[in-house]
Design a protein around this ligand. Structure first.
Ligand code: SAM
Length: 328
């Protein structure tokens, strides 16, 4: 078997995002569709099963793993999984995307277990708005989580803000200012419309408008070097800022041509594209005792299903799954 994973368009695939649970302790309006199928404990992959998929993926050249969900910190003993995956030969980095609600509690033990970096989702500093967007009461828990993660050395801690027209777009400048005053690494993300989402399609604020708002208030954004990291963000800095500002525009600045990733859902499906419903079942074969070679074959099969690009410009993403069931 060819040892390096490529899709049928020649893109090298070396990054796997793993959703470890569909459950979440928040209910963000853009992430949750109006229906929510229940999944039992037995429906989701056990840590040992995820470990085995990662072993197979690492054998095909996957080097980076990101754990997501649902809310990954809502699953018990996440540190045990981090430790297992960090030790897989070939894996250079295990990182985490979280809403930060439980991060202050777990940051140090995650770091000790081998976690390298963390991205924290935060869409508003204002308690009433935080509540409106997420349903949660305690934005201060997220802020405490961010500070604890920094102190624990999970750096760079990146703050992801989904910009929603008429909801939090008047906080764009406040977030950008944090890159100057607090050394934050802030990333602005375009809202991706999903069929049946509780957030309507017209909430989208194009990244170009976000950039204009920041430059009008805070000065010229200079590209930083390297301008892109491992993913789709383009990075800039404001004058005198220690932190950076990243822009991720899946809708108006489609980056599918550089896509290097695929996903594993909590219920054991390989998903080649975030915004398309193609999937390959890996849970069934795992539970029937599939060999590593068989798992590698399934991973190749999933890579071969990767599309050239998503169709968000024409239509909302399909809604067989909610974002929290895919792992954004
Ligand atoms: N619970 C964790 C969190 O909040 O970061 C991880 C899962 S969440 C699905 C991962 C990321 O997806 C978050 O940064 C969230 O803001 C983003 N996200 C979810 N739905 C989105 C949408 N419709 N458009 C853009 N970003 C979205």
């Amino acid at each position: 078997m060819n040892n390096v994973l490529h899709d049928s368009f020649g893109r090298k695939i070396d990054y796997l995002r793993i959703s470890i649970t569909n459950r979440c302790n928040l209910r963000c309006i853009y992430c949750t569709t109006r229906w929510a199928p229940h999944q039992s404990h037995d429906d989701i992959l056990r840590y040992e099963e995820i470990h085995r998929v990662v072993q197979a993926a690492a054998g095909l050249g996957v080097r980076k793993i990101r754990l997501t969900g649902g809310e990954p910190l809502a699953r018990l003993n996440l540190s045990r999984l981090v430790e297992l995956l960090s030790r897989v030969e070939g894996i250079d980095e295990v990182s985490l995307t979280t809403n930060g609600m439980l991060l202050a509690k777990y940051a140090e033990e995650l770091k000790a277990a081998g976690l390298k970096r963390v991205n924290v989702s935060l869409d508003s500093f204002r308690p009433d708005r935080f509540k409106l967007i997420t349903g949660g009461d305690k934005v201060e828990d997220v802020l405490r989580g961010i500070e604890t993660a920094k102190k624990a050395g999970l750096n760079p801690v990146k703050i992801n803000m989904v910009v929603l027209k008429g909801i939090n777009d008047d906080e764009i400048v406040d977030f950008a200012r944090r890159s100057v005053h607090d050394g934050w690494h802030v990333r602005f993300i375009e809202h991706m419309p999903f069929v049946n989402s509780a957030a309507p399609e017209d909430r989208l604020v194009p990244i170009g408008e976000v950039i204009t708002a920041i430059q009008e208030s805070l000065g010229e954004l200079k590209p930083c070097w390297p301008t892109s990291g491992n993913g789709p963000a383009r990075y800039y800095q404001l004058p005198a800022a220690e932190g950076t500002i990243g822009f991720i525009g899946p809708v108006t600045e489609c980056f599918c041509a550089e896509c290097n990733r695929f996903r594993l859902t909590a219920d054991g499906r390989l998903r080649p594209c975030l915004l398309e419903d193609d999937e390959v079942d890996i849970k069934g074969p795992l539970r029937s005792g599939a060999s590593i070679e068989e798992l590698e074959r399934l991973i190749h099969e999933a890579a071969a299903l990767k599309r050239a690009q998503h169709r968000l410009g024409e239509q909302p993403a399909p809604a067989r799954r909610q974002m929290r069931q895919i792992g954004g």
